[in-house]
Write a protein that binds this ligand. Structure first.
Ligand code: C2E
Length: 764
């Protein structure tokens, strides 16, 4: 019988095979007994069937008849073995039933049976065995289950452990990460804290510096609030505007108290600039001091806090700059020494006077005033005395004119009066005389009582010039004429003066080119021993010969050369040319000859003058003691200390020094003694008066006597007659020069004279 069923819920599933049950009452009884005990019993015809059925539902116990064979011939032992070899069934206990328990016992064990029962079955013993096996199987199964559960649990534990391990590792990693992050964050925090501390320290220092900068600044600085209140100010600000800190604290200083009313618009502009751009460019204005006085300032400002609308302003005191500007403006058109208008302002005023005169058909007189002897006073008594004199002159001139007239100083000792003449020109001469009289009275400068006079040149608008430049030129020309006329007088400009001035002007232009064009030549006048008539020296005299023109006399152009400074290159040329000529004469056998050369003051005072003389001598190869430099008394009177030094150098070199035109100047014995002078040359104006003019005759005699007593050589100039020669000789003058002996002649003619003289000597 085959029955497919699962194991019973309450009892066990028992599979019985190998016995034809109806024919085996022991088996049937067992079956019933088992079923009665609640077990389910499945019956299979043989062991083979039993294997198949067990494959469908795994029993808890198999009962196999050992002898029973199936269709395939498999007996119970073999079937039992098959059960034991089946992976699913090998744990099911197999109970072999045998009719030969003793004989089959070993086989039963070998086939893997759990036990064997002897047939026919003893029910109770069988049941007992079966219960034992079932219990054993159940226990084994339970053990397996427990083992499985145990394995599961241990797998689970391992899983958990691995999970925990993993979790732990993750946690550790996380902790490490976090620790690192925290350390980093901590470091950052520390850095930030120290950075903040540094910034705060810097800020504090900057603030301290800023505060000191503001407090100690020489620029006035103040802080303002939006309503124009000065909330803080430095000392410079308070000093500048006369406030104190209390005024600021009490809110007494405001923009509107600082700003004069007329600056309202310009201040408003700056304020709007401040609002739009945050600052305003510095601009000039005035501020009101606390006492109401004004101060020129430069103010610039900037917003500090836009939100609070507050800012700072910088104020620069422009007082000194304004004063300097004012002074510069004043100096631009005033003479600093006298405070009189200078040339610029004079020209401006004169132009206005001319325009007015042109409209009203009136006259304007222009007077050029030159102080006579001023240069001498300035040079001999010093610039302080000279300046003081010029200031006094300016004051006196101002007293000579009326309102509307102008008194100006052009520089040096040149003053100018511009007189608009409403009532005609008849008063001009009166004003000029008034000026002369004013200048005539002595001046008291320091300890000195000074006497000066003036030379005045006058030109009239419109006759002598219709514009400023022409009037100035014509007045200047007239002034020169006044000087020539003997000083202390005034001269009106005339057309003949104009012609002379023009000629002078043309000469000046021509003179500039004369050196380059080789228009100069030297003439030589012999200086002779009055007793023997022997020539011992030649005086070099300059001549200007222009092609197609008459030779120009020295007196005319030497003055121009001095005025223009051309005398310096011309003078050097003369000295070098004269030295070269002397060298030629020396080489021609007139070795005792001396050369006299005239010096102008300008030459004498030029820097390195001595060196120039030394070079001229060296270059020509002439011994210094054969050079006689003729200087005027005027030179000696100027810059006395320098002169002594220069003359001493020249004298030490061996050069002879003569005072030319002696008698026309100061003729002071006192100064003569101070200078290393060798000789005096009596001016020809006195020599010409010998026998004609008792004064001149007496003067010549006195000069000779004086020179002799000072052990100075003396030479008479302009000896024209034998009478003069005799007088001079009889009064102790050993030498002379003049037409009586020879006029100045060319170098060739002079050579002829020397030759004639030496022939005479040889004949004698
Ligand atoms: N009536 C008259 N005159 C006589 C007689 N003997 C000579 N003379 C003139 O008197 C002047 C003498 O020269 P000075 O007194 O030095 O006066 C010179 C001198 O001061 C100056 N001078 C001439 N040459 C030079 C020069 O090379 N350099 C400088 N710095 N001045 C010079 O020009 C002045 C005039 O020179 P010159 O026209 O050459 O005039 C010369 C000469 O021609 C005479 O018997 N009767």
């Amino acid at each position: 019988m085959t029955e497919a069923a699962g194991p019973s819920d309450s009892g066990h599933l028992i599979l019985m095979a190998g016995a034809d049950l109806p024919d085996a009452p022991d088996l049937t009884a067992l079956r019933h007994a088992l079923e009665c005990r609640g077990h389910r019993v499945l019956v299979a015809p043989d062991g083979e069937q039993a294997l198949r059925q067990a494959g469908l539902a795994v029993p808890d116990l198999v009962l196999l008849d050992a002898a029973q064979r199936g269709p395939d011939g498999l007996d119970g032992f073999t079937a039992c073995r098959a059960f034991k070899d089946d992976e699913r069934l090998h744990k099911v206990p197999v109970l072999l039933m045998t009719e030969h328990p003793r004989a089959d016992a070993t086989r039963c064990l070998q086939s893997g049976a759990a036990d064997h029962l002897a047939r026919p079955l003893e029910p109770d013993a069988a049941l007992a065995r079966i219960d034992t096996l079932l219990s054993l199987h159940a226990a084994r199964r339970r053990l397996d289950e427990l083992e499985a559960a145990l394995q599961h649990e241990s797998a689970l534990r391992r899983q958990i452990e691995s999970y925990l391990q993993h979790a732990y590792e993750m946690l550790e990693e996380r902790v490490a990460q976090r620790t690192e992050q925290l350390a980093h964050a901590n470091a950052m925090l520390t850095a930030e804290i120290s950075e903040r501390a540094r910034v705060e320290e810097n800020l504090r220092r900057s603030e301290v510096r800023m505060r000191r900068l503001v407090e100690a600044n020489i620029i006035a600085i103040y802080f303002w609030s939006v309503d124009g209140l000065v909330v803080e100010a430095n000392d410079a600000f308070l000093r500048l505007l006369g406030y104190n800190q209390e005024d600021v604290k009490q809110g007494r200083v405001r923009w509107d108290t600082l700003t004069p009313p007329e600056y309202g618009e310009i201040s408003e502009r700056a304020w709007s600039e401040l609002r739009t751009s945050g600052s305003f460019a510095p601009y000039e204005k005035e501020y009101l001091r606390k006492d109401g006085s004004r101060v020129p300032i430069l103010v610039g400002g900037t917003v500090i806090s836009k939100r609070q609308q507050s800012g700072v302003a910088f104020v620069l005191d422009l007082t000194e700059r304004k004063q300097a500007e004012e002074r510069i403006r004043y100096m631009a058109d005033h003479d600093v020494l006298t405070g009189l208008p200078n040339r610029v302002l004079l020209q401006d005023r004169l132009q206005q006077a001319l325009s007015h005169a042109a409209r009203t058909h009136t006259l304007v007189a222009l007077m050029f005033i030159d102080l006579d002897y001023f240069k001498h006073i300035n040079d001999s008594l010093g610039h302080q005395v000279g300046d003081s004199l010029l200031r006094d002159v300016a004051r006196r001139l101002l007293h000579c004119v009326r309102e509307g007239d102008s008194v100006a100083r052009l520089g040096g000792d040149e003053f100018v009066l511009a007189l608009p003449l409403v009532g005609g020109g008849q008063d001009v001469a009166l004003v000029a005389q008034k000026v002369l009289d004013a200048l005539d009275a002595p001046f008291h400068c320091g300890d000195h009582e000074l006497h000066v006079s003036g030379s005045i040149g006058i030109s009239m608008y419109p006759d002598d010039g219709k514009d400023v430049a022409t009037l100035m030129r014509t007045a200047d020309t007239a002034m020169y004429y006044a000087k020539e006329k003997g000083r202390g007088n005034f001269q009106f400009f005339t057309q003949s003066l104009n012609r002379a001035a023009q000629r002078r002007h043309q000469l000046t232009i021509a003179l500039r080119h004369a050196l380059n064009r080789n228009e100069f030549v030297l003439y030589y006048q012999p200086q002779v021993d009055l007793e023997s008539g022997a020539i011992f020296a030649a005086e070099a005299l300059l001549r200007w010969k222009r092609e197609g023109e008459a030779p120009v006399g020295c007196n005319e152009f030497i003055t121009i050369a001095e005025e223009t400074g051309l005398i310096l290159p011309i003078g050097e040329w003369v000295l070098r040319e004269a030295c070269k000529q002397l060298r030629q004469w020396h080489e021609s056998g007139f070795g005792g000859l001396t050369m006299a050369v005239n010096l102008s003051p300008r030459q004498f005072f030029q820097p390195n003058f001595e060196q120039m003389v030394r070079d001229a001598l060296d270059d020509a190869g002439v011994p210094p003691n054969r050079l006689d430099l003729e200087i005027t008394e005027g030179i000696l009177m100027q810059r006395t200390e320098d002169n002594v030094a220069t003359l001493k150098i020249l004298s030490d070199m061996g050069i002879k020094l003569s005072i030319d035109d002696f008698g026309t100047g100061y003729s002071s014995l006192a100064y003569l003694q101070r200078f290393p002078v060798d000789a005096l040359k009596i001016d020809r104006s006195f020599v010409s008066g010998i026998g004609q003019d008792s004064n001149d005759t007496a003067l010549v005699a006195a000069i000779i006597s004086m020179a002799n007593s000072l052990r100075l050589k003396v030479l008479a100039e302009g000896v024209e007659t034998n009478e003069q020669r005799c007088f001079l000789q009889s009064h102790g003058c050993p030498s002379g020069q003049g037409f009586y002996y020879s006029a100045p002649v060319s170098a060739e003619e002079f050579t002829e004279m020397l030759l004639r003289q030496s022939r005479r000597t040889i004949d004698a």
